[in-house]
Design a protein around this ligand. Structure first.
Ligand code: PQ2
Ligand code: NAD
Length: 157
């Protein structure tokens, strides 16, 4: 799957929002889903993680208090009453379905294996008590994003 935006397409707009008290859905609790669930929770969201193996993701019981684990595969309807969603399973069809359901319901969704199905893009987070910087690429250069985020963290820390 190409991560490149079509030539000449506008850049992604950096939108900074409060997630305090917002219900967020994360489907898939592998490395990517777990990292994103923790990031959302640390920004005040109330996160529901749906994955039959989610308990393994926090095997030491260290899931943050505002993360609820639902130990089954995604079911259409899980997205209802959410303000934001992330599809990060290893199953392409599930990720596609989560994206489709959320887009139809007007819920911002990041689909971790398909930029074309995203309506928002999960940024690399660079933060201090005074600053929030988020980095995404224009297309699919994830290594560039990681490198620039590290450099920014070095500058603002
Ligand atoms: C910023 C960060 C946030 C986060 O994930 O927390 C993030 N990717 C990160 C890392 C990372 N990404 C990938 C690897 C594996 C190794 C490698 O390839 O390098 C690693 C390394 C790792 O995970 O450690 C591969 C990858 N990523 C995407 C695809 C699909 C595609 O492009 O087609 C594939 C191929 C998957 C495959 O083929 O299996 C898509 C997306 N990834 C995004 C965000 C969104 C837009 C941001 C952007 O412009 O990059 C976007 C578009 C969609 C979204 O919003 O979900 C985080 C850096 C955090 C940091 O450094 O602090
Ligand atoms: N940062 C990024 O953007 C990035 C980085 C690497 C990979 N990816 C993509 O993100 C996705 C997840 O990567 P990972 O490394 O976390 O994968 P992983 O294999 O570690 O975890 C995937 C999880 O999805 C769960 N799952 C599978 N089917 C499910 C279903 N129907 N409902 C709920 N949960 C289900 C599995 O139980 C598993 O826990 C992949 O599509 C991968 O291509 C994105």
């Amino acid at each position: 799957m190409s991560g490149c935006a079509p030539a000449g397409s506008p850049p992604r707009f950096p939108l900074f929002v409060s997630l305090v008290g917002a219900r967020c859905l994360v489907v898939g609790a592998g490395a990517v889903g777990r990292r994103r669930a923790e990031a959302l929770a640390s920004h005040g969201a109330v996160v529901r993680v749906v994955d039959p193996r989610a308990a393994e993701a926090w095997a030491n019981g260290a899931a943050p208090g505002s993360v609820e684990l639902v130990l089954r595969p995604f079911l259409p309807g899980d997205e209802e009453s959410c303000s934001l969603a992330v599809a990060a399973t290893s199953d392409r069809e599930t990720n596609r379905l989560v994206g489709e359901r959320c887009r139809a319901a007007g819920i911002p969704v990041s689909v971790a294996d398909a930029p074309d199905e995203c309506t928002f893009f999960f940024p690399a987070l660079c933060e201090t008590e005074d600053l929030s910087v988020g980095v995404v690429s224009r297309g699919g250069d994830h290594a560039l994003v990681a490198r620039v985020a590290e450099a920014i963290r070095g500058v603002i820390s």
